[in-house]
Design a protein around this ligand. Structure first.
Ligand code: ADP
Ligand code: ZN
Length: 724
């Protein structure tokens, strides 16, 4: 009899053994359906010697019901899943789930049905149907997705199908994707670019693991250069994965890719429609040939997909913190991507103008090959950076833009050039209080102030998403019209610009305004056609964009990121300011950058002003070495949370009380976590600082494994945490 070991998608169940019925083919990696009690569950067959399961006698084993009609997960991917679970102290099943896309995709079945408006305009409509007609213009999706889009019940939409207002469309899930043409529009590369590209192309052809750090200043043509490697992989019939830090950046990328290769790449991210997701997944599994997936561009979740033959990985803007996932499996997609490339025997290119210190260190140690593009393409100069000391150049009362910056903006308006103001804070003001009694508006679920959003007339918590209308009167003292906004957010800066330059065309770019690909595309088109004079934005505007007439960048508050004592505060500030500065002067006209700060003497600000990147990395390296911080030492956080404060605290203390006493590992805490209340859960934190030599994960598992906690308590480990 054949016994098979299954990894099932429920961490509590873990690993279960089954029997393979006569005539059924199951191999490691096969995705199968198996019975559990009266239910059916999904599982992945795994090598039995690699996973421990409960000992069940042969006679009691139940049979596998079905092997799903998709290729088994390859050994390379199974090893990656194991590595990730092991390194990040996460359940194997939670990691494996990321490889599967959706249940529906696994079921196969060539087609699905979607619905769209027929164009019939009835004379009379119920209010709900009228609302749906308005909301669903140009949309095509499943009934469930359309119902969500239009905020009506599925029943309303079914009724509309019956009335001939919506029609069914059959979508072919195995419809081939048109192939990319590697020679479609190949640019003539500069000498530096050519050398870099040749190195990448050779690596693609070699079928070996080869990690590269593509360290090129903003505007040096990193994208054009790695596109040559993409072309080589396409020619070789291999698949390519391009990871981008946020969906907002994909729009720009898609367009450039299409210009270069003649077709769009396949996208993978959370806002795909169900049918798009299914079609993409099936193409990824199929491989590069015959209309399968050649190039996939996606957010970090694209990393674990079952590519048939991955021949190249690119991580663009590789320094970005958003590659770190802070929920569910807490992993860093940049780091896991390198591991995936190793298992797949493929090259990986980490591209950045401001690489993470960890990546620089690995390049210096010779583990990554560093490829440099030191100059902007086409002779464009890097912008001139100046510091505006806010202690001397005090903005007018109630204003946040200092006069020298206003004067520079004025000059741009007169010359018909564009300016960009950067402040990494959404909303109108970070804090709202009552002028009469001093009451501060705080989130009822989090330790956080509510942020006023004038755009939407609401107070919002940026941690849990809680929102409430801006009240007419203070809830504490009932005074009317008493609310004052304290400090600036981007919305307030945009208002200020409109006040100072009433004739200027201002665009506000934040995740609140740029929430769809259409909105982003519209913004880019407007900026390129010079229909925008001043862009005011959060970190969304710091990356990727290339507007030749943008010649001035103003950083409203460079000190913002330095507050709060985060390990990577200085690095992040450096990266953000250098990136946003990199938007200036990318065309023929030179750019200028003004940085507003109250701490011109801070090493990161001084290095930015001097344009001395090495000085920054040197200072930061020393600071990290002294603190035993990455890359010299390692950190891990243990976060304990519960809706009950005492319960969370007691559990955290119990963990602290059993902390191992080891020479190469220091345990700090427990203490209330920085956000001590988050989404209604009280949080305590222990911090581990370990030498590189310590077997951190093994120790943590041995330590936490035997402990038991009340049901309401959640304990999670964050290895290499970003924000703490
Ligand atoms: P980076 O990603 O390093 O900031 P990009 O790849 O965005 O740089 O290139 C900056 C600009 O220069 C883009 O508009 C790009 O199309 C252009 N460019 C770069 N290299 C070339 C080239 N070899 N030929 C033509 N245009 C190029
Ligand atoms: Zn909240």
């Amino acid at each position: 009899m054949l016994r098979v070991r299954l990894l099932v998608f429920n961490a509590a169940l873990g690993v279960l053994d089954y029997r393979v019925p006569e005539g059924m083919q199951v191999e490691p990696g096969s995705i199968v359906i198996a019975p559990l009690g009266p239910r059916q569950i999904l599982g992945i067959a795994w090598e039995p010697e690699r996973l421990e399961a409960q000992d069940v006698p042969e006679a009691k084993l139940r049979p596998i019901l079905e092997v799903l009609p998709v290729p088994p997960l390859k050994a390379e991917l199974r090893r990656l899943i194991e590595w990730t679970a092991d390194y990040y102290c996460a359940p194997l099943s939670a990691v494996a789930r990321m490889a599967l896309g959706s249940m529906a995709a696994l079921r196969g079945g060539g087609t699905t049905t979607e619905y769209r408006l027929t164009g019939v305009e009835p004379k009379r409509l119920t209010p709900q149907r009228a609302a749906a007609m308005d909301a669903l213009h140009g949309e095509q999706a499943s009934i469930r997705e359309l119902a969500e889009l239009a905020s009506v019940s599925e029943g309303v939409l079914r009724g509309m199908v019956g009335a001939g207002l919506l029609e069914a469309i059959t979508v072919d899930l195995d419809k081939p994707y048109p192939p990319a043409n590697p020679q479609h529009n190949a640019p003539t590369l500069s000498d530096d670019q050519r050398k870099a590209a040749d190195t990448f192309v050779d690596a693609v052809k070699a079928n070996e693991f080869a990690p590269f750090l593509l360290d090129g200043v903003t505007g040096s043509g990193k994208t054009e250069t790695y596109f040559e490697a993409v072309a080589a992989a396409i020619e070789d019939g291999k698949q390519v994965l391009v990871l981008l830090p946020e969906i907002a950046l994909t729009e720009n990328f898609l367009r450039r890719f299409e210009e270069r290769f003649g077709v769009a790449p396949i996208q993978w991210h959370s806002s795909l429609k169900a049918s798009e997701r299914r079609r993409a997944w099936r193409a990824i599994v199929k491989g590069a040939a015959n209309g399968g997936a050649q190039v996939v561009v996606g957010a970090r979740s694209a990393l674990f997909l079952p590519y048939a033959r991955l021949g190249l990985i690119i991580v663009d803007e590789a320094h970005e913190v958003s590659f770190k996932q802070d929920e569910g499996v807490r992993y860093n997609a940049r780091d896991v991507a390198v591991i995936r490339a190793r298992y797949e025997k493929a090259p990986i290119i980490l591209a950045s103008a401001t690489p993470a210190l960890e990546s620089m260190q690995l390049a210096e140690a010779g583990i990554y090959t560093k490829i440099e593009l030191p100059a902007r393409f086409g002779g464009a100069q890097l912008p001139d950076i100046q510091i505006l000391d806010l202690r001397k150049d005090v903005p007018d009362k109630g204003r946040w833009i200092a006069k020298p910056l206003v004067a520079q903006m004025q000059a741009r308006l007169e010359r018909g050039e564009q300016s960009l103001l950067f402040l990494n804070r959404r909303g109108y003001a970070p804090l709202t209080l009552c002028r009469n009694c001093g009451h501060r508006f705080q989130c009822s679920h989090c330790t956080a102030w509510l942020v006023e959003h004038r755009f939407s007339q609401r107070l919002a918590c940026h941690h849990c998403g809680h929102e409430e209308p801006v009240p007419d009167a203070c809830p504490e003292c009932s005074a009317k019209d008493c609310l004052v906004a304290c400090g600036p957010g981007v919305e307030r800066i945009a208002d200020e610009v409109a006040e100072i330059f009433p004739e200027a065309r201002v665009a506000l770019i934040t995740s609140d305004t740029m929430n769809s690909p259409e909105a982003i595309a519209e913004f880019v088109a407007k900026a390129e056609n010079k229909a925008i004079d001043v862009i005011v934005g959060t970190q969304l505007v710091t990356k990727g964009y290339h507007f030749p007439d943008l010649t001035l960048v103003g950083v409203i508050d460079a000190d913002l990121g330095l507050e709060g004592g985060d390990l990577r505060a200085a690095e992040r500030t450096y990266q953000q300011v250098a990136q946003v500065a990199g938007r200036a002067g990318r065309g023929e006209k030179p750019g200028e950058v003004l940085i507003q700060t109250r701490h011109p003497e801070a090493p990161v600000i001084a290095a930015l002003a001097a344009g001395d990147r090495d000085a920054f990395y040197d200072a930061e390296t020393e600071a990290r070495r002294d603190a035993g911080a990455p890359p010299f030492g390692r950190w891990a956080a243990i976060i304990v949370s519960s809706e009950d404060m005492a319960e969370a605290r007691d559990a955290a203390r119990a963990i602290g009380g059993t902390a191992p006493d080891l020479p190469d590992m220091l345990v700090l805490g427990p203490a209330p976590a920085p956000l001590s209340l988050l989404r209604g859960r009280h949080r305590f934190r222990l911090l581990i600082n370990a030498r590189r030599s310590a077997q951190l994960q093994k120790i943590v598992r041995a330590w936490l494994g035997p402990l038991n906690f009340p049901k309401g308590v959640r304990v999670h480990v964050d290895v290499d945490p970003y924000s703490f």
